[in-house]
Design a protein around this ligand. Structure first.
Ligand SMILES: Nc1ncnc2c1ncn2[C@@H]1O[C@H](COP(=O)(O)OP(=O)(O)OP(=O)(O)O)[C@@H](O)[C@H]1O
Ligand SMILES: [Mg+2]
Length: 571
């Protein structure tokens, strides 16, 4: 409960430099009187201004400063909540906004807006709308509960029942749901991109495997081909080498042909020389019977013997020569064979060396291919790295899914919680619980004012009125005085509920000419009785011009007057 103790203001509207001070907690009922314009309603504006930073009436901030002094407009209010003492000071020219708790000035660094929110939400737990429904009612701007919109009626009751928290929770939940949905969206996008990456990586690995296998197979086939070639070429070499061996052994047979031929040729030359000398000797002995040199005669016998002997020799020599020429011819043939075999051997050796070059080329190629296979195999091993990458992508996907599911789960919870926080949820259950009590209270006060109707509010705060005369009446159907009775009954009910709930309960009730125009004498009578005897723990301030009727019904009278253009309380 907020216990308002006192308010003090100066240079506020019609008040001047001398502060006006009103003690709220002094007596239960106070009547405030004064002529028009004496400054009575000013205290309502001062009260609203200091607490909510705006006047009760629609007066803009700058016009709140006293127009004569034009500065140092200041309002101070003191109140207690639980066992804490609060003081709020607000001023214009200079601008001041201070909150003091138990004599300690609260943090001034925070933005003024935050400080105001702190004052309303945390300290007072009361906003302007509820304050002007439950604490101060002024004829100038009081909109009876029954004339508020459905949303405003609900707002006032929610404040009253201290269930605004559900609305706050609802907005917090909304924010959280929005954030979670954003996260879900993020994860969905992430999921999509991970899926794409997985697809690409799978294709890449498949391609790697396919290409790798195909390549290795091709290269292995090529190696096999080269091996086969190598084998066949080696076989050829083998055959040729065997041939060379056999040719070499054949060659041996003819290896002496050249030497022999040389010897025979030289023998042939010698024999030819011999034939010439024998022919000359034959000619000499044939033609000469005297020695041409010593002129001695040659004996005929000797000469004929000699000729015969020479002819026999010549004949032998000729036969030998023919034989020799045949032998030479044979040897020449052998030598020819030797040359041919030698040529064949060197041709074969040539072929062998060519084939060997081929074989070494094949081997070189095979080596190269094997190296290439090794590289591809290495890439294959790299495929394991790629597979690992794929695995980690799947893991990423799973993690995303888990996180997303968690957010989805949270959203589900929040959705459910929000369902409870919504107007139709827990709040409406609480309101439903209080509606019968509210109706009971309203009717109690109506009866106290001898207004015998059956007034009920439904869940949506729509009235249903039954009177002995009229079956189905609405608020608007009643006279102004009757409406005022309903307004007062509702006001008292709200205060009663607030007191019970200890929500927006305060000691203060200010009524500014609320019923002056509409309530008749009996109505006013009932009202004063109610505030005096029924309403508990309240300091009621009634501003009224019905001085004569009311003056003896209040514990204290405060009279405002205007002196030298400034409002003040008559001492
Ligand atoms: N900024 C201001 N500076 C000085 N006086 C102002 C200022 N604004 C309003 N006033 C005057 O303050 C006076 C007090 O007004 P207030 O509404 O408090 O009178 P009241 O006593 O409630 O009168 P009523 O009985 O007619 O309701 C009025 O005369 C008004 O013209
Ligand atoms: Mg007034």
């Amino acid at each position: 409960m907020i216990l308002f103790k006192r308010i003090k203001f100066k240079n506020f509207l019609s008040s001047g430099n001398t502060p006006t001070e009103i003690n709220f907690a002094e007596v239960p009922t106070t009547l405030i009187v004064g002529t028009n314009g004496s400054g009575k309603s000013t205290m309502l504006d001062a009260l609203c201004f200091v607490l909510f930073n705006k006047a009760f009436r629609k007066i803009i901030k700058n016009q709140l400063i006293n127009s004569t002094n034009e500065k140092e407009c200041l309002v101070e209010i003191e109140f207690n909540i639980s066992d804490k003492e609060y003081k709020v000071i607000r001023g214009i020219k200079p601008n001041i906004f201070e909150i003091w708790i138990d004599g300690v000035l609260q943090n001034q660094v925070a933005a003024s807006n935050d400080q105001q929110k702190y004052l309303e939400d945390t300290i007072l737990k009361l906003n302007y709308k509820s304050f002007t429904q439950i604490v101060i009612l002024g004829s100038a701007s009081f909109v009876p509960f029954m004339q508020l919109s459905a949303a405003h009626r609900r707002e006032v009751v929610e404040d009253l029942l201290d269930i605004k928290i559900f609305s706050t929770m609802n907005s917090i939940l909304k924010e959280k749901i929005r954030n979670s949905n954003e996260k879900i969206k993020e994860f969905t996008l992430l999921e999509k991109s991970t899926d794409e990456k997985i697809l690409m990586q799978t294709d890449f690995i498949e391609e790697l495997e396919k290409r790798g296998k195909e390549n290795i197979e091709k290269k292995q086939n090529k190696i096999q081909e080269l091996f086969d070639l190598e084998v066949s070429v080696s076989d050829e070499i083998d055959v040729m080498q065997k041939k060379v061996v056999s040719l070499n052994s054949q060659l041996e047979e003819f290896s002496d042909a050249a030497i022999k031929l040389k010897k025979l040729t030289s023998l042939k030359g010698k024999i030819q020389q011999k034939v010439i000398s024998i022919n000359e000797e034959h000619k000499f002995f044939n033609e000469n019977s005297v020695c041409p040199t010593c002129k001695q005669s040659i004996e005929e016998d000797f000469r004929s013997n000699k000729v015969n002997e020479i002819e026999t020799n010549s004949k032998d020599l000729k036969e030998g020569y023919v034989e020799l020429e045949k032998t030479i011819e044979d040897e020449e043939k052998r030598e020819e064979q030797f040359i041919q075999i030698s040529r064949e051997i060197s041709r074969l050796n040539n072929e062998i060396s060519k084939d060997n070059i081929c074989i070494s080329n094949y081997r070189k190629n095979i080596k190269e291919l094997q190296n290439e296979i090794e590289t591809i195999t290495e890439q294959f091993e790299n495929r394991n790295i790629e597979t690992e990458k794929l695995k980690s992508l799947y893991k990423e996907k799973e993690d995303n899914f888990k996180k997303k599911s968690k957010y989805k789960e949270t959203v589900n919870y929040f959705d459910f919680a929000q369902l409870l926080m919504k107007d139709g949820g827990v709040k409406s259950k609480i309101i439903q619980k209080y509606i019968p009590l509210m109706n009971q209270q309203i009717n109690k006060y109506l009866q106290m004012m001898e207004f015998y109707i059956n007034f009920t509010l439904d869940d949506e705060f729509k009235e249903q009125i039954k009177s002995p005369i009229h079956e189905d009446f609405s608020y608007e159907s009643f006279s102004e005085g009757e409406k005022m009775r309903i307004n007062l009954a509702i006001l008292f009910t709200w205060r009663e509920i607030a007191r019970m709930k200890n929500s927006i309960s305060t000691n203060l009730l200010i009524l500014d000419e609320v019923f002056d125009s509409s309530l008749d004498n009996t109505g006013t009578d009932y009202f004063t009785k109610i505030i005096k005897y029924v309403i508990k723990d309240t300091n009621v301030f009634v501003i009224s011009h019905k001085t004569d009727e009311l003056i003896d019904k209040f514990d204290k009278i405060i009279m405002f007057e205007k002196v030298k253009g400034f409002s003040k309380i008559h001492a």
